[in-house]
Design a protein around this ligand. Sequence first.
Ligand code: SF4
Length: 484
Amino acid sequence: MSQSLLITDDLLLNFKRCRRRAFLDVYSDRSQADREKDFLLKLRQEHRLLQEAVLAEFDYQQPNALDKDWQARANQTKLFMQLGVERIYHGLLLQPEISGLGITCIGSPDLLIKQPGKSQFGDWLYVPINIKLGTRPKPEYQIVAAFQAQILAAIQGVLPPTAKLILRRRNTYQVNLEIWLSRMQEVLTECIAILQQENEPEVFISRQRCSLCHWHSHCYALAESTEHLSLIPGVTPSRYEYLQTIGVDSVESLATVSPETVAEVFGIEVASKLKLQARSLLENRAFLKGDSRNINIPTTSLEIYFDIEAEPNRNLDYLLGILLVNKETKTEEFYPFLAEKPEEEGLIWEQFLHFVSLYPDAPIFHYSEYEVDAVQRLAKLYRTSPKKIQPLLSRFVDLHEMTIETVTLPVRSYSLKSLAQWLGFQWRDRGVRGDQTVCWYDRWLKSGDRSLLEAILRYNEDDCRATYLLKNWLVEFLLEMKVK
Ligand code: SF4
């Protein structure tokens, strides 16, 4: 058993997102972790800017002890509270040695705000406030707020009536402590048990959750070496749990299990999909789904491949990239409509509309729902007539939707990157992910370094070319299946 356990609000937040991550943060060698991703650094910077913008509206006091000297910071924070300071920024709440369990809890709310009420300090008490980059009050934010409120109760002798979150759009959300204190207690109890027993939670790769985690390479390598079922598209944590109970614990056993056994819980459609996916990986071959050989993929002499680069924080679509394929002249030309400044978004939108109007019969292939959503947003923002937009959108063909409806492929993800790599395509800049271009654009705006714009253009062009390659493969595969 560990001698003394330090539970911080960051640790609890990470535990709520992934138990394994909190465990690795405590027990693994941090030098084995991935370098912090640029996108995460960008998010941190945005968080800092949001904090500064919120704090600019208040006067506040701040403990001056070093971050790592948490005992001194906690003493200074408590002194401010005793003195009745109106607002304390970046204070530290410390609850040492809970009930002799050898556990110390630390909370660091962005702000502690004084308000009327009775506490051991006098006719006032403090309420914790956290400033968060999210647009909604995620459960992990509320768990952390309840955790800080509980430590605060031990320090000021009374539970604060609420805890608050200030979210990305500067809206304030009140956390209902009656609900969240008990939920937090459950999470905290589980977290303490796992950490005290040094019970390493099993790896489970989830694309959304793991992609920005600093343990990603470590966990992915482990999952690959054990051929973990979470690497199979469609295996969610709850499905995985059930598969374990019926003894399905490998790609091979999933590929050979009777669909009826799995269908009892998942339904026959999901069961058949999972089984086919496992077979595809095991045999390294593509399968046609159901009767999709007759699906119609438009094929014409002129085709457009379309991909957008966006900056979500600015709600900006700054690059509308087009690959124009002319099969008669056997040419492929890339046309990037690029807003070098955010104010040029309207201009590139007009240029894009003009360009696609020159080829009114060319289908427009893209690989996600995003392009359709973005075109609708841009049309609304720049008041483009629906008479123009409806015929344009009717030319759009989402190859992601088409691919997942028609085929099962031996891949671990149906991202464009994964599919195109399976087909042998390589992006010119290896190892770059879509969120990297967001960081590059941000850096270009700050530094004026044109090599960043050039890298974005290369990436976007390669995305269009990968979409083109996938479309050709899909057409040929369906044709082959028809002949069979
Ligand atoms: S990579 Fe995924 S499974 Fe591993 S610690 Fe991070 S979030 Fe958890």
